[in-house]
Design a protein around this ligand. Structure first.
Ligand code: GLN
Length: 543
């Protein structure tokens, strides 16, 4: 007998940045390990239709799914933890909700009624949640509500949860509230009052949370847990401690120790099924914590002040580091601070260099200088999206000596647009959702580095860019030594370039970082690190 879908909502209290995404992903992991099919959804209370138009400084990286949705970076955590792809349905913003309601209003779907937050916006929110459960696609849907309870913009979401719980029945809908128990060092005490207030706010909006997950720097005593339970109307076993962890990958096991999964199953009246062993996860963690080597790689980009801007790349390096039993130290390098004169000094000691994705002219010169250094000094190089485009520009300028060669994104009137815009893209004026987005097939040539890395000729990777390698210049590049090793089978667009004479020089037009997971570290990252390890051994040996 198939059980009807169960829904879990995760709200946040006291402050933002408590890690709702990691808690949601960890709970999903535990339930998945017991054999449940789980998906996670993020509802974001901002008015942008998607985060695609947001500067990374605002909201961190924009994560892209196979179906080409530009989404919140939490979806990256969901995929990295669960190893199951997400889609547009897994990330909904207030902007998207309103857009859909307004479209319906213009079509006349509301039959002359006044369109209001309640019921029309709340109905739309509920239908976005229910959509993931219907058709039996998932037994459990976890919906994370962005923002903090008490924010004006969260109100319609909280109201939608209240109604949804009434409509679906209490046994089918659970609310987990993630909160903070701050430690006052002057008093030497953990304080529960902010949590009590935050729960009261939720209660005043008609929701009694079922489970409290309490972020804390220090262990909560039984008496504190009981106090929280008493004042927040929560059963004792449902006050879950979430102590600061060394790594986000510890969190599923910490949540298992706290029995979050069994409390959830009991409250939703679901069978416990198999006890999760999480063997693969544990072995990943053991290898992560016991590396046999250390290497240092440089990540060159212009958003380096904000770690979240390159989240998936950093996590991809973690996964691939574990695969190589290597601790990867990542040095973030601001591209605006690098030039041809200081590159050798700034980049010395790096065993590998990555040039990150990005948009616009700022810091372009530094990326090109870093690439030149890597190319000329045989330092393993890995260019991602803009990083690939920059290595094409660098080669055009310094090897092909094409004066003024550039991307037409950076220099509209460049005499040599080695990176240019496709005709179809030129007519588009809207910024949102108009890039080449999502999964595209790529055919890899045999006897290339790319083929050695992937071990096959047909791959699919995710894209997010407007500009492309200009095939008018392809033969010049190939004659000089930079080869195209991956092509889009339908359009012939160049997706991968490499320099066979260099020990490891590869640039990819797509974003492999979006597909690296704990269970499936990405081969491009694994092999880049292998080359970096080798470089370290060789340089070490020659000193
Ligand atoms: N700005 C470049 C383009 O639009 C690269 C984008 C990226 O790195 N994601 O083509």
């Amino acid at each position: 007998m198939r059980v009807s879908t169960k829904y879990i909502f995760v709200t946040g209290g006291v402050t933002s940045s408590l890690g709702k995404g990691i808690i949601s992903a960890s709970l999903a992991k535990l339930l998945q390990a017991r054999g449940y099919s789980v998906t996670i959804q993020k509802l974001d209370p901002y008015i942008n239709v998607d985060p695609g138009t947001l500067n990374p400084y605002e909201h961190g990286e924009c994560y892209v799914t196979d179906d080409g949705a530009e989404t919140d970076l939490d979806l990256g955590h969901y995929e990295r933890f669960l190893n199951v792809p997400t889609s547009q349905a897994n990330n909904v913003t207030t902007g998207r909700i309103y857009q859909s309601v307004i479209d319906k209003e213009r079509r006349g779907d509301y039959l002359g009624k006044t369109v209001q937050i309640i019921p029309h916006i709340t109905d739309e929110i509920k239908s976005c949640v229910a959509k993931l459960g219907t058709g039996g696609a998932h037994e459990i849907v976890i919906t994370e509500i962005g923002g903090t309870v008490g924010d004006i913009e969260s109100l319609p979401y909280v109201e939608a949860v209240r109604q949804f719980r009434y409509e679906q029945g209490r046994d089918n809908v659970l609310v987990i509230h993630l909160t903070l128990i701050p430690y006052l060092s002057a008093a030497g005490e953990l304080k529960t009052k902010p949590t009590q207030h935050s729960v009261k706010t939720l209660q005043s909006q008609g929701i009694q949370p079922d489970i409290l997950v309490c972020r804390t720097e220090h262990r909560l005593g039984e008496d504190q847990k009981r106090k929280i339970a008493l004042f927040c109307n929560i059963s004792d076993e449902a006050v879950i401690e979430s102590i600061d962890a060394d790594t986000i990958y510890d969190v599923p096991l910490l949540m298992k120790d706290e029995k979050l999964d069994t409390v959830v199953l009991d409250k939703l009246k679901l069978q416990h099924r198999d006890e999760p062993t999480l063997d693969t996860w544990r072995s990943f963690l053991t290898r992560f914590k016991n590396p046999t080597k250390t290497i240092t790689v440089g990540l060159v980009g212009k958003y380096v002040e904000l770690q979240d801007a390159y989240k998936s790349i950093l996590e991809g390096l973690v996964h691939a580091g574990v695969e190589n039993e290597t601790k990867v130290k990542v040095i973030s390098l601001h591209s605006e601070e690098i030039n041809d004169e200081n590159a050798a000094e700034r980049l010395k000691g790096l065993e590998g260099i990555i040039v990150a994705p990005g948009f616009g002219k700022r810091g372009l010169g530094g990326k090109i200088s870093a690439i030149r250094y890597a190319r000329e000094n045989e330092v393993p190089f890995f260019g991602i999206c803009l990083g690939m485009q920059c290595c094409v520009i660098e080669y055009a300028q310094n090897v092909l000596h094409l004066d003024g060669a550039n991307s037409s994104e950076m220099e509209a009137n460049t005499p040599h647009p080695v990176i240019g815009m496709m005709e179809e893209q030129k007519a588009i004026t809207n910024m949102g959702g108009t890039m080449r987005l999502g999964a595209y097939a790529c055919t890899i040539k045999e006897d290339t580095l790319a083929h050695k890395i992937y071990g096959r000729t047909e791959i699919s990777e995710r894209h997010r860019h407007r500009y492309e390698f200009n095939n008018d210049y392809l033969s010049q590049f190939e004659e000089a030594g930079m080869k195209a090793s991956g092509f889009n089978p339908e359009t012939g667009l160049v997706e991968i370039v490499e320099i066979p004479e260099h020990p490891h020089f590869i640039g990819v037009q797509f974003h492999p970082e979006y597909k690296s997971t704990v269970a499936n570290p990405h081969p491009l990252f694994i092999n880049f690190l292998k080359a970096a390890i080798q470089h370290k051994e060789q340089v070490g040996a020659s000193v």
